[in-house]
Design a protein. Structure first.
Length: 76
């Protein structure tokens, strides 16, 4: 599981986010199959939300859903 929050700068000119500085929230849920040594698989679903948090105008926001698939190595 992963979560995060930040203040970001963007140059997008859209109705969904009408400020230069916006807020972003990130959350994800996934599986990591971790052996004692060597490579392991990572599978995660993430949601990334960007909005002005109601600080100016309508707060429609932008949502992006992502599926992350990868391989990680443990070097010991």
């Amino acid at each position: 599981m992963s979560t995060g929050a930040a203040l970001i700068w963007t140059s997008l000119d859209t109705l969904e986010i009408d400020r230069v500085f916006n807020f972003q929230l990130l959350d994800g849920l996934g599986v990591r199959l971790i052996p004692e040594k060597g490579p392991h698989w990572v599978l995660e679903f993430r949601n990334h939300h960007t909005s002005n948090a109601g600080t100016a105008g309508e707060n429609l926001g932008i949502n992006a859903a992502t599926v992350l698939v990868g391989v990680n190595w443990i070097l010991r």
